[in-house]
Design a protein around this ligand. Structure first.
Ligand code: NAG
Ligand code: NAG
Ligand code: NAG
Length: 370
């Protein structure tokens, strides 16, 4: 009798356990399986450390001063960047850098996503000699890496556990790129004579569209497209006016690209079955933060934190540069890049911001979509 009861009891417990496992598995299945990141220094987590001759590196202090262990990692930030906060919101560890030899030896490290982003990268191969001089990994090469290297290995890795198509369709493909192409345009008088910013911005969006289509053809369904920010207001551009005002021409270029990108995303959704996306208007977010910094916890929105000279933007954030102590209140870490705190605020907008900032749906809705 006693024996019977205990068997019944353990069977009961066993069933409860099985049910709860199924529930956990089901809810996990509805979440994000992996985050793949493509883009530039805003989301590079160390790829450029492995490009021998690249000068676009941040693997030295004071970069990383607020990173756990105070280590410079190659992130262009005092600590974490937007790629890290995106992974955190998705409930996953930060996607590791593709070029790290350690990760390449052990593909299991790519199970929850891969980061292909590279400081200095552009949509165009020619931006800052991405491909010609091997300074950065251009967007098309980043997508090549995904298509030709990662996808096949991932399939072998994932197959025993997941249906591969489902695994990819529940992954987020985040693309943060365009600023370098725009900055390149405004620095090159030959380019400006040859083509209008309007046409240049449209061809940026058209090239980006090709790459998003390639990702779709290789399993991607959920995209996060991040527009370019108020780039005329970064310390490097403000310097032109001794800090008094933003470079409105560069801002105009960023707006032109964002308009083209918005249209592109709508076209893609109409054209590609089962595709879903969030578009983040980082221009508007940056603009609103700069107009009311205190509301968002910032006090300094013009000067960088690390660097030398006016706005700390005359000499970049090099190892001998000085840096501020109130980093939590600075929008910019160096003359180009946001602080860790600014990246955190941006990703909060992306995750559950209103349609004024992120549309047609925010990331929270995107990840819970079927
Ligand atoms: C490979 O990476 C996975 C995930 O990061 C880790 O758990 C595992 O220990 C690694 N294996 C080896 C042999 O390093
Ligand atoms: C850009 O570079 C990629 C290689 O990464 C190449 O496949 C592509 O054809 C190049 N595009 C142009 C326009 O040169
Ligand atoms: C896109 O996401 C929304 C919001 O979760 C959802 O209602 C819609 O069905 C999704 N569209 C596709 C094509 O999956």
């Amino acid at each position: 009798m006693g024996r019977y009861r205990s068997i019944r009891g353990s069977t009961f417990l066993c069933i409860i356990y099985m049910l709860s496992t199924v529930v956990v598995y089901e809810s996990k299945k509805r979440g994000v399986t992996a985050v793949f990141v493509f883009g530039d220094s805003l989301v590079d987590v160390g790829n450029n450390n492995y490009i021998p001759f690249s000068i676009a590196k941040a693997n030295f202090p004071p970069n990383g001063i607020d990173f756990p262990g105070r280590v410079p990692t190659g992130r262009f930030s005092n600590g974490l960047n937007a790629a890290d906060f995106l992974a955190e919101k998705a409930g996953l560890p930060s996607s590791p850098p593709f070029l790290s030899p350690e990760n390449q030896r052990n593909m299991s490290s790519f199970f929850a996503g891969v980061n292909f982003a590279s400081g200095g990268a552009g949509i165009f191969n020619g931006t800052y000699h991405n491909d010609i001089l091997g300074q950065s990994i251009s967007l098309s090469r980043q997508v090549d890496y995904y298509v030709h290297h990662v996808r096949g290995d991932l399939i072998r890795l994932v197959q025993p556990y997941h249906d591969v198509r489902t695994y990819l369709s529940r992954s987020v493909f985040a693309v943060v790129i365009g600023s370098n192409d725009l900055l390149h345009y405004f620095r090159r008088s030959d380019l400006r004579r040859r083509t209008s910013i309007q046409r240049y911005a449209s061809s940026m969006a058209a090239k980006l569209k090709e790459q998003l289509e390639r990702l779709y053809d290789n399993g991607a369904r959920k995209f996060l497209a991040v527009g370019t920010g108020e780039i005329g207001c970064i310390p490097a551009r403000r310097l032109k006016f001794r800090g008094a005002k933003c470079d409105e021409e560069a801002n105009h270029g960023s707006l032109a690209f964002n308009e083209a990108l918005k249209t592109t995303m709508e076209e893609l959704k109409a054209q590609l079955h089962g595709m879903n996306y969030s578009f983040f208007d980082s221009y508007k977010a940056m603009h609103d933060i700069s107009n009311d910094p205190i509301l968002y916890g910032f006090r300094e929105i013009k000067a960088g934190c690390c660097g030398l000279g006016k706005l700390r933007a005359e000499i970049p954030c090099v190892p001998f540069a000085t840096y501020c102590t109130d980093r939590e209140h600075h929008l910019f870490w160096d003359m180009y890049h946001p602080t860790q705190q600014a990246s955190r605020v941006f990703v909060d907008f992306i995750f559950d911001g209103s349609p004024d900032y992120v549309f047609p749906i925010n990331l929270k809705q995107l990840v819970s979509a079927p």
